[in-house]
Design a protein around this ligand. Sequence first.
Ligand code: 4NP
Length: 156
Amino acid sequence: MKILMVCLGNICRSPLAEGIMKAKVPESYIVDSAGTISMHEGEHPDKRAIKTAANHGIDISKQKSRPITKADFDTFDKIYCMDIDVYEDVISKASNEEQRLKISLFLEAAGNHKNAEVPDPYWGDLKDFEEVFQLLDTGCNIIKNQLISATTQRKN
Ligand code: 4NP
């Protein structure tokens, strides 16, 4: 199973989602993240994202921002978008229906009916990053269980 988390800059939300999901899934799973813009390409995650993850025992400091590529739509099985703008942008970059079927809004996939979007904490403070962490952590637990039960069912 190959999972791609996508946000705008790939320095706040999707690096956290990548780190959190990696900590939950079996080692055979591939988890990566990307942004829809290349403005922060090559940069490590935002210091506040690194600190928030570290507070929960997760090291995301070595990740580097990269923009989503055409190849990602073939490489990954699931592409989770952090908000609606990102979702629409990612959908518009897909080449065919098979690729579009891989794409979903992260919180919608996680069955969160209260929020559709993971709020962008970039202009906020550490408290906003912690709130994002909690949303992502809860969502990743639900999505991980879905993915694992789907793969187990296929094997049986
Ligand atoms: P992210 O947050 O999409 O969660 O990585 C942002 C990062 C950078 C910017 C906006 C949001 N920016 O405008 O540079």
